[in-house]
Design a protein around this ligand. Structure first.
Ligand SMILES: *Cc1c(COP(=O)(O)O)cnc(C)c1O
Length: 431
């Protein structure tokens, strides 16, 4: 290879951040199941604690297995640095903890993973942070919601569960005019389908629990710093632009430049809030990421086949999948997700609540559970599970009406998935 040759995505998915272990020769990144790490001497310890030098101190703020995962996710997203944490929700908590002061606001798309809506609405309120929700398709609503207290805009590239696609570049332009970072949750798309930084995102967050890890066995989260936001505006982001009393007066954005946000998330957020990823989970997720390109393409190809089948089925009222040519987000999907529109989507079954319950009760290959992004195909009926406590009107506006079924299409044989849905829909039709 010539020195200017850039490795492709599949090569990075396997190699980025990893080397054979220097002491043992182990080719696969080991699970460094150690809480603490020995200092060379007192000066070394002082340099590590003072942020004058990088290295391992204590697994709450970093670990060698975690470090490989961080380098790999940063490479795949095209960011300058990454911080891996315990879960997607931990990633969101740390990002906002770094950006917000009590009394601050952020703007979020209304169409988000339900857990994020809960976190933003209820738990964040206790920190004095206010989320203002707007419709993801209404770019002018983002613009109108900006106030002097706005500190960020938050969207999902591909929204869970509706499978809708955000116009990332248009929303990034609003954020830029407002002088605030655009945070994109790229969990459903993964960097294989969409790299939000290329469309103007400043921070990317992940639930690594889903397609990135990909096997339904480990929770994890990630924060990617795009390195393209100017934190220097006086007073606006104190964690980054004011002298740190806990680091002898250091100003993080001056010392760390285009990876200052990732550093702030680690040395303030992760240090003080504590949701670190276990080395074991980091290892499992690293292994999963090695096959991300292969899995994601298969997930998308299968999802398109299943969505096509359902859209022609007599017992199906509608299918919401941006990969289908007639879908209202198909144009945005072609712009932002040219390789495929992901593998999570919803459809409406004729016969309402009873029929929805009959479908999830009668599938055999699909698993009835509340997760997405597994190799296995998953199904859920939100009205009887995740959204059951909501009023009928609230269910409807959350896209969880009585007839709605959500699928996370796995990487089995598409014919088997279609056959399973066919027999379950036949039972539902009789009921
Ligand atoms: C699951 C999910 C999260 C939360 O991630 P956890 O790892 O479960 O904490 C956030 N955003 C999206 C889009 C998700 O699907």
């Amino acid at each position: 290879m010539t020195s200017d040759h850039q490795p492709g995505f599949s090569t990075l998915a396997i190699h980025a951040g990893a080397q054979p272990d220097p002491t043992t020769g182990a080719r696969v990144t080991p699970i460094y199941q150690s809480t603490g790490f020995v200092f060379d001497d007192v000066e070394h310890a002082a340099a590590l604690f003072g942020l004058q030098s990088f290295g391992n101190i204590y697994t709450r703020i970093g670990n060698p297995t975690q470090a490989v995962l961080e380098e790999r996710v940063a490479a795949l997203e095209g960011g300058t640095a990454c911080l891996a944490v315990a879960s997607g929700h931990a990633a969101q908590l740390i990002v906002f903890h770094t950006l917000m002061e009590p009394g601050d606001e952020f703007i979020a798309a209304r169409q988000l993973y339900g857990g994020s809506v809960n976190q933003f609405t209820h738990s964040f309120k206790k920190f004095g942070w206010t989320a203002k929700f707007v419709d993801m398709d209404d770019i002018s609503a983002f613009e109108k919601a900006v106030t002097p207290r706005t500190k960020a805009i938050f969207i999902e590239s591909l929204a869970n569960p509706g499978g809708r696609v955000s116009d990332i570049a248009a929303i990034a332009a609003v954020a830029k005019r407002a002088g605030v970072p655009l945070i994109v949750d790229n969990t459903m798309a993964t960097p294989y389908l969409c790299r939000p930084i290329e469309h103007g995102a400043n921070i990317v967050v992940h639930s690594l629990t889903k397609f990135m890890g990909g096997h339904g066995n480990s929770l994890g989260g990630a924060i990617v710093d795009a390195g393209n936001f100017d934190w220097s505006r006086e007073g606006r982001y104190p964690a980054l632009c004011e002298p740190r009393p806990d680091y002898s007066g250091m100003v993080l954005h001056e010392t760390f430049g285009n990876f200052a946000f990732a550093i702030a998330c680690r040395v303030l957020g992760l240090r003080d809030l504590g949701p670190c990823i276990s080395p074991f989970n980091a290892f499992q997720i690293l292994t999963g990421i090695e096959t991300l390109p292969l899995r994601m393409q298969r997930h998308c190809d299968n999802a398109l086949k299943v969505a096509n089948y359902l859209s022609q089925h007599g017992e199906v009222e509608w299918v919401n999948y941006a990969g289908l040519p007639g879908d209202r987000h198909h144009g945005l999907a072609q712009t932002y997700l040219p390789k495929g529109a992901g593998a999570v989507f919803t459809f409406g079954v004729k016969g309402g609540y009873e029929a929805g319950v009959a479908v999830v009760s009668n599938v055999k290959l699909f698993s009835h559970l509340a997760n997405i992004g597994d190799t296995r195909s998953l199904i859920i009926h939100p009205a009887s599970t995740t959204h059951r406590q909501l009023s009928d009107a609230a269910k409807k506006s959350a896209g969880a009406g009585p007839e709605v079924i959500r699928l996370s299409v796995g990487i089995e044989d598409a014919d088997d998935l279609i056959a399973d849905l066919a027999q379950a829909l036949a039972v539902a039709a009789k009921a």
